[in-house]
Every structure is written in C-alpha cells, then in structure tokens.
Design a protein around this ligand. Sequence first.
Ligand code: GDP
Ligand code: FO1
Ligand code: CA
Length: 319
Amino acid sequence: MRIVVLTGGIGGARFLVGVREHARAIGAEVTAVVNVGDDVRMHGLQICPDLDSVMYTLGGAADPERGWGRVGESWVVKEELAKYAVEPSWFGLGDKDTATHLVRTTMLNAGYPLSAVTAALCERWQPGIGMLPATDDRLETHVVVDVDGERKAIHFQEWWVRYRGEVPTHRFVFRGAENAKPAAGVLDALGQADVILLAPSNPVVSIAPILAVPAIREALASGSAPVVGVSPIIGGAPVRGMADKCLATLEVEVSAAGVGRMYGPRADGGLLDGWLVDSSDAGVEISGVTTRAVPLWMKDEALTVRMVADALDLAKVAR
Ligand code: GDP
Ligand code: FO1
Ligand code: CA
C-alpha cells in the first residue's frame, strides 16, 4: 500500500510519526508532500520551517516544547547578529538549525532543486518516509494586513513571528502558486497512491498553499485514491498555533465542521471523501463526505497510530 500525506509543520510532523509507525506494521510506503509557503530567505539563508519540522521530528531531533527547530539548541549566531543590529531582529536562527540552512542554501545556489536538497539533508536524518516539498518553484505565503495605517502584504513569517497575527488581517496570498509546478516526484507519488491523507495541519497556511499548486489540486480532484482529512480543530479550537486566527480571516467557523466544509466533498469540486473528527465533535455532518469521530489528540505515538489506522479504515468506506 502507498500512502501520501499532505502536511505542514509540527501538527503534520507529529501525525507522520504515527503514519510511519503504522506503515511499518502493515508494510506500507509513505510519502509526505510538505508545504513550502512558510519558506523565507533571512540573512541570505533559505529557511524551510515546515520541511525542517517534519525532518527534525521524524529524525528525533525536534524541540518538543518550542514546536520548531532543534532540541538542545544554542543561540550564539542570533546574539551576535543582534550585536550588529541587523534586521530582522524578530526572527531567531538557532546555531544547529543554521547549519541546515547553510547546507540547503549552498546546494540551492549551486543549482540543485529543493527536492534534491531535501533528499540530501534527509540522508543525515533518516526520516523513514519519502519527503517532498510541494514545489521546487518559489511559492511564499504573504498576508495582506494594516500596519501603521497602511495596507500592505507582508511575509507570513513577519505576520506570525513579528506580529503574532495580532494585526488587522485581510487575506492570505500564495505568491508564485499559479505558475508553480509540483516538485519532482510529487505527481508520481499522488498518481500511485492508494490513499491520500490530509494531516491535521493548519488548513489555511499549511494545506491550502500545497493545493494552490494547480497540478497538485487537479491530481487530488481527478485521481482514483480516496482523500481523507484529519481535523486540526478539536472542540472549536486549534490544539495549538494560529489556525483560529487564519480561519477567522477567511470567515470560516473555527470548528471541525467549518474546516470540513471548507475542504468540501470531492464529488462536488472539493477535496474530501472522508473527514475524521474528534470524539468530542461527534455528530458533525458534511454532505457528500463520510465523517467519523475518534480520539484525535496526538498525546503519544500509540494514540497517533490509532488515529492513522482510523483514517485508513475510513478511506475504504469513503471511496
Ligand atoms: P505548523 O506548520 O508548524 O503550524 O504545523 P501544522 O500546520 O502541521 O499543524 C498545526 C495544526 O496542528 C494546528 O492547527 C493544531 O490545531 C494541529 N494540532 C496540533 N496538535 C494536534 C493534535 O494533537 N490533534 C489534532 N487533531 N490536531 C493537532
Ligand atoms: N517561530 C517563532 O515564533 N520565532 C522565531 O524566531 C522563529 C524562527 C524560526 C526559524 C526557523 C524555523 O524553521 C522556524 C522558526 N520559527 C520561529 C517557527 C515558524 O515561524 C512557524 O512556527 C512556522 O513557520 C509555522 O509553521
Ligand atoms: Ca507551517
């Protein structure tokens, strides 16, 4: 069996730990297609937060408390940059993490596509699954906001890290998406998939930028593999992160039903055949989508494996 997972950073990464474990048990092959909308160039370095969250988490090196970057990190580079008073001062690069960005940027500058660079980085981290960026092309999430009485588009990282999303926010724009092509390997993975899972990642800034690549959206819509999504919203709130702020901007209800309806039924131009919601959200109904309620808190690996097994089980009935 071949499983493809569309994913963002930490929520998706934790889900993938369960997918990898379950896949080992049933002899399945896993490919993650990872959001690149968060990617940003800072101090001349190309930073890919979601790819790194997935790579470090599956490599056993992620910081579980902070939710991004490396465990046991030190901050000498950040402190030294601050002494030079260089901007952006609001964005911190850990020392260990910086080595990753140096390797990545050197390879990108030498002409390697991001997919090849990611494969090279993964030789060290051995994530145990295939990891592909959604696209090798430049695709960045920008956010239209009002700051100092002026309406402008800022990078997603500035919106989140500098302003914590606490500025009047109008919309999200996936710059470059329209002309972006799926990265090498993505269409093959989707075409050969027996099931496609949408991780419980942020629907607005992690999953939507992947689907903004026209050929990826098309492959999901017209492919034979069932698509099952896992709700990142439990009891009307995101477990952590900014999904509530993002959904509010789109005027989508912050609920498992709201996100499920936003994704919509595949039979009707949407994405989903199946939608997994938390037990506490039992009773959610979305026309044209098979829903099921199971525990969705990824408190440990065993619970996450159960969730994954439930998602695969739902895929069978959701065709
Ligand atoms: P990011 O890119 O680092 O923000 O991470 P993702 O987009 O992959 O995941 C963020 C989402 O994960 C948030 O919207 C959370 O609600 C969701 N999330 C985190 N932990 C859990 C959990 O235990 N269960 C579920 N269902 N969702 C979770
Ligand atoms: N998040 C912060 O809140 N502050 C930071 O200084 C910061 C730096 C950073 C550097 C590399 C990286 O991969 C992620 C980083 N993040 C930081 C997390 C990131 O802003 C977001 O949480 C993700 O993009 C959301 O997926
Ligand atoms: Ca993200």
